[in-house]
Design a protein around this ligand. Structure first.
Ligand SMILES: O=C(O)/C=C/C(=O)CC(=O)CC(=O)O
Ligand code: CA
Ligand code: MG
Length: 428
């Protein structure tokens, strides 16, 4: 192996996630792949001719991996993603690889230490959608916002409920998030007043990037083809202002309580890397309509076994304290079902479009994906270590999402999705 990878590294040879990076020597943004504690500069590898023999891609590889976003590569056929992965794996593993042998320093010249790079948003996100696919989360929020009787709407088990989010405010891990201001009710039943959010929250989510050819406006994507149209996944924090959200959401759903910032992790883990971690979906009752039915796992449908963690750190703390452990496999609706449903009316998707899974809450008190649920809308304290507790986030609190699939002696991980809350700047 060109790079030594410890067993607990997120970035094993089985992973090879894509991102956009720059460094102090070469400040232009370009495509990289994470391996151990290094980044493979894909633009240099393309120039060395590693991908030149891939049919339908060789001619554009240099340009594609020199881009400041992954959209062009995401827009390639899945066949190309598989071929590139195969060439890269051979380059890293095989010291007799023709390109590696031709390089002066045995290939090490295409590596940049991760500690020296700046990561950027992986794609130019044209559109961003967020789903609401965890039954536990939807029930919990429903109980708190609408009462026990009306917690889950009847439509919830018939289709993956979602809303259109705001693409312009999706930012990469590490970007500070300013506490928003807006209208919220401070005394029950009273009028709304303007001011800074008093119920600042995070949401533990994963998200997928659309890939492959754009479906034409008016043409649905079938369950059979869904796999070929998901390039890969990231972790996502859908920062939420619960007081602003609770007042504004009737009847059209989330708006300013959500669109002030959404953080994604920089490394896009491909579905090919996640393949060994496929597992069956929880039972869906009632059976979904035919267009949403996924034949995998004897008709149960498929999802991925991805361990997820949320860490919190206050301004004075020196390390993160884990406040939640969840798993993508708890989600009721799969990402394939989300994509298929998104296009059933003919809505066209474009490479680089981002779809959040919705908050990933699990079945117990330690697997809840938001402060709203962990503190039960401010009625119980959450221990965040360092002798401190929280009900919602305070200024300078940092939130770190992390996640990985555990293989036999290796990991396929996502790295981190981090953000710190900075103080609001009220207008008056
Ligand atoms: O009104 C509600 O029930 C709540 C809506 C949301 O919080 C939307 C959302 O972000 C869904 C999710 O992340 O699961
Ligand atoms: Ca959300
Ligand atoms: Mg958001």
């Amino acid at each position: 192996m060109l790079v030594n990878v410890p067993q607990d590294s997120d970035f094993s040879i089985h992973n090879l996630p894509y991102g956009i990076f720059s460094d102090s020597v070469n400040t232009s943004k370009r495509v990289g792949v994470a391996i151990g504690d290094q980044v493979v500069d894909m633009s240099l590898l393309a120039k060395s001719g590693l991908f030149s023999e891939i049919q339908g891609f060789g001619g554009q590889a240099v340009e594609c991996f020199g881009k400041d976003c992954l959209n062009e590569f995401m827009g390639c056929d899945r066949r190309v993603w598989v071929a590139v992965r195969k060439e890269l794996t051979d380059f890293l593993q095989n010291e007799n690889n023709r390109v590696r042998k031709a390089l002066k320093n045995g290939g090490s010249e295409v590596l940049v230490p991760q500690s020296n790079v700046t990561m950027h948003l992986p794609a130019k996100i044209g559109d961003y959608t967020d789903f609401y696919a965890s039954k536990e989360h939807a029930t919990n929020v429903g109980v708190m916002f609408r009462g026990k009787e009306n917690a889950l709407n009847p439509n919830w088990t018939m289709l993956p409920v979602g809303y259109h989010g705001r693409a312009s405010s999706v930012v990469v891990s590490g970007t500070p998030i300013k506490r928003p201001c807006g209208q919220r009710v401070v005394s029950k039943g009273g009028p709304p007043v303007y001011g800074q959010c008093m119920k600042q929250d995070f949401e533990l989510e994963a998200a997928f990037f659309y890939g492959g050819k754009e479906n034409k406006l008016g043409e649905a994507i079938s369950m059979e083809n869904a796999r070929d149209h998901i390039f890969g996944m990231v972790l996502m924090n859908d920062w939420s202002a619960r007081d602003i959200q609770a007042y504004e959401y009737v009847p059209l759903g989330p708006f300013l309580g959500k669109n002030f910032g959404t953080t994604v992790s920089p490394w896009v883990v491909t579905l090919d890397a996640l393949e060994p971690f496929l597992t069956q979906l929880p039972e869906q009752d009632p059976k979904p309509m035919q267009y949403l039915a996924d034949g995998a796992f004897g008709g149960r449908g498929e999802t991925y076994d991805i361990n997820l963690m949320v860490g919190l750190k206050s301004k004075s703390a020196s390390s993160y304290t884990t406040v939640s452990r969840s798993n993508l496999k708890y989600m009721y609706w799969s990402i394939k079902q989300q994509l298929v449903h998104h296009t059933i009316n003919g809505c066209n998707m474009r490479p680089g479009d981002l779809c959040g899974t919705g908050t990933i809450s699990g079945p117990n008190d330690n697997s809840l994906g938001s402060m709203l649920e962990l503190s039960w809308n401010g009625t119980r304290n959450v221990d965040i270590g360092n002798g401190e507790t929280r009900i919602f986030l305070e200024d300078y609190d940092s939130v770190r999402l992390s996640g990985y699939c555990q293989g036999d002696g290796y990991r396929v991980g996502f790295g981190e999705c981090v953000g710190q809350i900075i103080p609001a700047t009220p207008m008056f």
